[in-house]
Design a protein around this ligand. Structure first.
Ligand SMILES: [Zn+2]
Length: 220
């Protein structure tokens, strides 16, 4: 238990950490593949959603590569209970966002929801952890209840036979919540294909008067 709370090893390189306060070693911190999209005006994030989801602004803190540093840190955050590493990266991103002009326009931060069953297993929704840190930096609320994740059984075709059932995950707008006109910052941990942000973002922008921006810790 103590090892989970105070990891002794750097999640980036597995080298021992000198103090429990350190979340990643100095070498890994210095080697983090920062995108700097939001400092340089690089449109890569927004371009990824071109024709799929209208974004006012979008950015990620890190580049995500298979077996790369960002993947290792996010893996520790998502699957090894290392919540602190997620908080650290999210605060980093939040502070950078707070320095941008766009920050004044954001009304609320919305995390991509996690299915309640998965959240119970993991103990937290990683996107919500990120959302709370960013919201703190931007001094805006987190709207955690406006999107829900549901599961339904879906038949899956396999070699012309409908012989398998799988759980299909879908997002819905919470019918119990109403969304006032606002500029929402939708956040997730990693953007790979962009399908998750697209699905959530399309639901949010269905509501009249909603403007949408997105941010994630990493982008592939
Ligand atoms: Zn390291």
């Amino acid at each position: 238990m103590l090892n989970i709370l105070f990891p002794k090893y750097c999640p980036g390189c597995d080298h021992p950490l000198t103090t429990a306060k350190l979340l990643a070693c100095v070498a890994c911190r210095n080697a983090l593949p920062l995108t700097r999209f939001h400092q340089t005006g690089d449109p890569t994030f927004v371009d990824k959603f071109y024709g799929r989801l209208p974004l006012v602004f979008g950015t990620a803190l890190l580049h995500y590569h298979k077996k790369g540093l960002a993947q290792k840190l996010i893996h520790a955050f998502k699957y090894n209970g290392n919540k602190a590493i997620g908080c650290w990266l999210a605060t980093w991103l939040g502070q950078e966002l707070a320095a941008l002009q766009i920050a004044d326009q954001i009304t609320a931060v919305v995390p991509v929801p996690l299915h309640p069953k998965k959240q119970r297993q993991r103990g937290y929704n990683q996107a919500a952890v990120i959302a709370h840190q960013i919201a703190k930096c931007l001094d805006v609320p987190v709207w955690e209840r406006i999107l829900l994740k549901t599961t339904h059984l879906k038949a899956q075709a396999k070699k012309n036979q409908w012989d398998r059932w799988s759980h299909a995950h879908t997002f819905v707008l919470n019918p119990k919540e109403s969304i006032p006109p606002s500029h929402l910052l939708l956040v997730d941990d990693v953007v790979t294909t962009g399908a998750t942000l697209e699905a959530c973002g399309l639901l949010l922008t269905k509501t009249p008067g909603i403007q949408l921006s997105c941010a994630s810790i990493a982008i592939a």
